[in-house]
Design a binder for this molecule. Structure first.
Ligand code: PEP
Length: 245
Protein backbone atom coordinates (compact mmCIF):
# COMPACT_ATOMS: atom_id res chain seq x y z
CA UNK A 1 0.00 0.00 0.00
CA UNK A 2 1.52 3.33 -1.08
CA UNK A 3 1.13 6.13 1.50
CA UNK A 4 -0.28 9.34 0.04
CA UNK A 5 2.00 12.36 -0.30
CA UNK A 6 0.90 15.96 -0.75
CA UNK A 7 3.63 18.34 -1.89
CA UNK A 8 3.46 22.13 -1.92
CA UNK A 9 5.34 23.93 -4.70
CA UNK A 10 5.46 27.59 -3.75
CA UNK A 11 7.20 28.47 -7.05
CA UNK A 12 8.64 32.04 -6.94
CA UNK A 13 6.20 33.19 -4.27
CA UNK A 14 6.71 33.90 -0.62
CA UNK A 15 8.58 35.93 1.94
CA UNK A 16 9.95 35.32 5.43
CA UNK A 17 6.53 36.28 6.80
CA UNK A 18 4.63 33.87 4.53
CA UNK A 19 7.08 31.05 5.28
CA UNK A 20 6.46 31.59 8.99
CA UNK A 21 2.69 31.75 8.52
CA UNK A 22 2.33 28.65 6.32
CA UNK A 23 4.71 26.41 8.24
CA UNK A 24 3.31 27.46 11.60
CA UNK A 25 -0.18 26.55 10.36
CA UNK A 26 1.07 23.10 9.28
CA UNK A 27 2.78 22.61 12.64
CA UNK A 28 -0.37 23.61 14.54
CA UNK A 29 -2.63 21.22 12.60
CA UNK A 30 -0.33 18.44 11.33
CA UNK A 31 -1.95 16.58 8.41
CA UNK A 32 -2.25 12.81 8.64
CA UNK A 33 -0.76 12.23 5.18
CA UNK A 34 2.90 12.71 4.30
CA UNK A 35 3.61 16.36 3.42
CA UNK A 36 6.55 17.99 1.65
CA UNK A 37 6.97 21.74 1.16
CA UNK A 38 9.11 23.26 -1.60
CA UNK A 39 9.79 26.93 -0.83
CA UNK A 40 12.13 29.13 -2.91
CA UNK A 41 15.86 28.69 -2.11
CA UNK A 42 16.20 31.77 0.17
CA UNK A 43 13.57 30.41 2.57
CA UNK A 44 14.82 26.83 2.82
CA UNK A 45 16.80 27.34 6.03
CA UNK A 46 13.90 29.13 7.71
CA UNK A 47 11.46 26.45 6.55
CA UNK A 48 13.72 23.67 7.85
CA UNK A 49 13.91 25.34 11.26
CA UNK A 50 10.13 25.80 11.42
CA UNK A 51 9.38 22.26 10.19
CA UNK A 52 11.50 20.74 12.98
CA UNK A 53 11.58 17.44 11.11
CA UNK A 54 7.79 17.05 11.22
CA UNK A 55 7.52 17.37 7.46
CA UNK A 56 9.96 17.25 4.57
CA UNK A 57 11.36 20.43 3.10
CA UNK A 58 12.45 20.27 -0.52
CA UNK A 59 14.08 22.47 -3.15
CA UNK A 60 12.36 23.38 -6.41
CA UNK A 61 15.47 22.72 -8.48
CA UNK A 62 19.14 21.69 -8.27
CA UNK A 63 22.19 21.85 -10.47
CA UNK A 64 23.01 19.05 -12.90
CA UNK A 65 26.66 19.54 -11.83
CA UNK A 66 28.15 18.25 -8.60
CA UNK A 67 30.22 21.41 -7.91
CA UNK A 68 32.39 24.00 -9.58
CA UNK A 69 32.31 27.25 -11.51
CA UNK A 70 28.57 27.40 -12.19
CA UNK A 71 27.49 30.84 -11.03
CA UNK A 72 23.99 30.96 -9.65
CA UNK A 73 23.61 27.19 -9.37
CA UNK A 74 22.81 25.25 -6.18
CA UNK A 75 24.23 21.75 -5.81
CA UNK A 76 22.63 18.64 -4.39
CA UNK A 77 25.43 18.49 -1.81
CA UNK A 78 24.57 22.01 -0.57
CA UNK A 79 20.91 21.07 -0.24
CA UNK A 80 21.74 17.87 1.64
CA UNK A 81 24.16 19.79 3.86
CA UNK A 82 21.35 22.18 4.76
CA UNK A 83 19.05 19.30 5.73
CA UNK A 84 16.82 19.34 2.65
CA UNK A 85 15.37 15.89 1.89
CA UNK A 86 13.55 16.29 -1.39
CA UNK A 87 13.92 18.06 -4.69
CA UNK A 88 11.76 18.69 -7.77
CA UNK A 89 13.18 17.91 -11.20
CA UNK A 90 11.73 18.55 -14.64
CA UNK A 91 8.89 20.86 -13.62
CA UNK A 92 7.21 22.08 -16.81
CA UNK A 93 8.17 25.67 -15.98
CA UNK A 94 11.83 24.59 -15.97
CA UNK A 95 11.32 22.65 -19.21
CA UNK A 96 9.55 25.61 -20.85
CA UNK A 97 11.44 28.69 -19.59
CA UNK A 98 14.86 27.16 -19.01
CA UNK A 99 14.84 24.69 -21.92
CA UNK A 100 15.57 21.70 -19.70
CA UNK A 101 15.56 18.47 -21.65
CA UNK A 102 15.33 14.85 -20.53
CA UNK A 103 19.13 14.37 -20.45
CA UNK A 104 19.68 17.42 -18.25
CA UNK A 105 16.79 16.43 -15.98
CA UNK A 106 18.25 12.93 -15.69
CA UNK A 107 21.62 14.39 -14.70
CA UNK A 108 19.84 16.36 -11.96
CA UNK A 109 18.17 13.17 -10.73
CA UNK A 110 21.57 11.47 -10.60
CA UNK A 111 23.06 14.36 -8.57
CA UNK A 112 20.08 14.13 -6.20
CA UNK A 113 20.54 10.39 -5.63
CA UNK A 114 24.29 10.81 -5.09
CA UNK A 115 23.45 13.02 -2.11
CA UNK A 116 20.58 10.93 -0.75
CA UNK A 117 17.88 13.41 -1.82
CA UNK A 118 14.48 12.06 -2.84
CA UNK A 119 13.48 13.59 -6.18
CA UNK A 120 10.03 14.16 -7.63
CA UNK A 121 10.24 13.87 -11.42
CA UNK A 122 7.55 15.98 -13.13
CA UNK A 123 6.14 14.91 -16.49
CA UNK A 124 3.15 16.04 -18.51
CA UNK A 125 1.86 16.97 -21.93
CA UNK A 126 1.03 20.38 -23.38
CA UNK A 127 -2.47 21.19 -24.61
CA UNK A 128 -1.26 20.86 -28.19
CA UNK A 129 0.16 17.40 -27.51
CA UNK A 130 -3.12 16.32 -25.89
CA UNK A 131 -5.14 17.68 -28.82
CA UNK A 132 -2.87 15.89 -31.29
CA UNK A 133 -3.37 12.60 -29.42
CA UNK A 134 0.28 12.37 -28.35
CA UNK A 135 -0.18 12.49 -24.58
CA UNK A 136 1.01 8.91 -24.05
CA UNK A 137 3.94 9.28 -26.46
CA UNK A 138 4.99 12.45 -24.61
CA UNK A 139 4.84 10.76 -21.20
CA UNK A 140 6.69 7.70 -22.49
CA UNK A 141 9.44 9.91 -23.93
CA UNK A 142 9.79 11.96 -20.73
CA UNK A 143 10.11 8.77 -18.66
CA UNK A 144 12.37 6.80 -21.00
CA UNK A 145 15.73 8.50 -20.39
CA UNK A 146 15.48 8.77 -16.59
CA UNK A 147 14.31 5.16 -16.21
CA UNK A 148 17.00 3.83 -18.54
CA UNK A 149 19.86 5.79 -16.99
CA UNK A 150 18.77 5.39 -13.36
CA UNK A 151 18.04 1.66 -13.62
CA UNK A 152 17.39 0.22 -10.15
CA UNK A 153 17.65 3.67 -8.55
CA UNK A 154 14.33 4.48 -10.28
CA UNK A 155 12.60 2.73 -7.38
CA UNK A 156 13.44 5.77 -5.24
CA UNK A 157 11.66 8.20 -7.57
CA UNK A 158 8.33 9.87 -7.03
CA UNK A 159 6.63 10.92 -10.27
CA UNK A 160 4.27 13.87 -10.64
CA UNK A 161 1.92 13.84 -13.61
CA UNK A 162 1.29 17.50 -14.36
CA UNK A 163 -0.50 18.27 -17.62
CA UNK A 164 0.94 21.64 -18.66
CA UNK A 165 -2.49 22.93 -19.67
CA UNK A 166 -3.77 22.39 -16.12
CA UNK A 167 -0.91 24.11 -14.25
CA UNK A 168 -1.92 27.46 -12.81
CA UNK A 169 -4.85 27.73 -15.20
CA UNK A 170 -7.72 26.67 -12.93
CA UNK A 171 -8.46 24.08 -15.63
CA UNK A 172 -8.08 20.79 -13.73
CA UNK A 173 -7.89 17.52 -15.63
CA UNK A 174 -10.93 15.33 -15.05
CA UNK A 175 -10.58 12.40 -12.68
CA UNK A 176 -10.91 10.06 -15.68
CA UNK A 177 -8.13 11.85 -17.60
CA UNK A 178 -5.89 11.76 -14.53
CA UNK A 179 -6.54 8.07 -13.84
CA UNK A 180 -5.86 7.18 -17.49
CA UNK A 181 -2.55 9.08 -17.53
CA UNK A 182 -1.46 7.59 -14.19
CA UNK A 183 -2.34 4.08 -15.34
CA UNK A 184 -0.28 4.69 -18.47
CA UNK A 185 2.68 5.93 -16.40
CA UNK A 186 2.38 2.80 -14.24
CA UNK A 187 2.39 0.64 -17.38
CA UNK A 188 5.64 2.31 -18.47
CA UNK A 189 7.15 1.56 -15.06
CA UNK A 190 5.93 -2.04 -15.20
CA UNK A 191 7.49 -2.45 -18.64
CA UNK A 192 10.87 -1.75 -16.97
CA UNK A 193 10.25 -3.74 -13.80
CA UNK A 194 6.97 -4.96 -12.31
CA UNK A 195 7.99 -3.90 -8.82
CA UNK A 196 8.54 -0.28 -9.91
CA UNK A 197 4.91 0.15 -10.83
CA UNK A 198 3.84 -1.02 -7.37
CA UNK A 199 6.46 0.98 -5.43
CA UNK A 200 6.59 4.36 -7.11
CA UNK A 201 4.15 7.03 -6.03
CA UNK A 202 2.53 8.97 -8.85
CA UNK A 203 1.17 12.35 -7.79
CA UNK A 204 -1.21 14.54 -9.77
CA UNK A 205 -0.54 18.26 -10.20
CA UNK A 206 -2.51 20.92 -12.03
CA UNK A 207 -4.98 23.28 -10.32
CA UNK A 208 -5.59 20.94 -7.38
CA UNK A 209 -7.94 22.59 -4.87
CA UNK A 210 -9.81 21.50 -1.76
CA UNK A 211 -12.93 21.12 -3.92
CA UNK A 212 -11.47 18.68 -6.46
CA UNK A 213 -8.86 16.89 -4.32
CA UNK A 214 -11.19 14.20 -2.88
CA UNK A 215 -12.25 12.92 -6.30
CA UNK A 216 -8.73 13.11 -7.77
CA UNK A 217 -7.08 11.42 -4.79
CA UNK A 218 -9.71 8.65 -4.82
CA UNK A 219 -8.46 7.38 -8.20
CA UNK A 220 -6.68 4.04 -7.79
CA UNK A 221 -3.42 5.14 -9.39
CA UNK A 222 -3.24 8.58 -7.75
CA UNK A 223 -0.96 8.67 -4.70
CA UNK A 224 -1.43 12.31 -3.74
CA UNK A 225 -0.79 15.70 -5.29
CA UNK A 226 1.71 18.36 -6.20
CA UNK A 227 -0.01 21.63 -5.39
CA UNK A 228 1.04 25.08 -6.61
CA UNK A 229 -1.26 28.08 -6.14
CA UNK A 230 -3.53 26.48 -3.55
CA UNK A 231 -0.53 25.69 -1.33
CA UNK A 232 -0.09 29.41 -0.61
CA UNK A 233 -3.27 29.44 1.48
CA UNK A 234 -2.86 27.45 4.70
CA UNK A 235 -6.53 26.52 5.11
CA UNK A 236 -6.89 25.46 1.47
CA UNK A 237 -3.70 23.41 1.61
CA UNK A 238 -4.70 21.72 4.87
CA UNK A 239 -8.08 20.84 3.34
CA UNK A 240 -6.28 19.29 0.34
CA UNK A 241 -4.09 17.29 2.72
CA UNK A 242 -7.20 16.08 4.54
CA UNK A 243 -8.45 14.61 1.26
CA UNK A 244 -5.32 12.43 1.03
CA UNK A 245 -6.06 9.44 3.22
C1 PEP B 1 2.67 23.20 -9.96
O1 PEP B 1 3.28 24.25 -10.08
O2 PEP B 1 3.32 22.16 -9.85
C2 PEP B 1 1.21 23.21 -9.95
C3 PEP B 1 0.59 22.09 -10.00
O3 PEP B 1 0.60 24.44 -9.89
P1 PEP B 1 -0.98 24.74 -9.68
O4 PEP B 1 -1.45 23.86 -8.56
O5 PEP B 1 -1.03 26.19 -9.35
O6 PEP B 1 -1.66 24.40 -10.97
Amino acid sequence: MRRKLVAANWKMHGSRALTEQLLSALAARPPSCEVAVFPPFPYLAQALALAEGRLDIGAQDLSAHAQGAYTGEVSAAMLADLGVRRVLAGHSERRQYHHEDDLLITAKLERAFEQGLMPILCVGETLQQREHGTTEATLAAQLATPLRVLGERSALLTIAYEPVWAIGTGCTATAAQVQAAHAFIRSQLAARDAKLSKLIRVLYGGSVKAANAPELFAQPDVDGGLVGGAALDANEFLAICAAAR
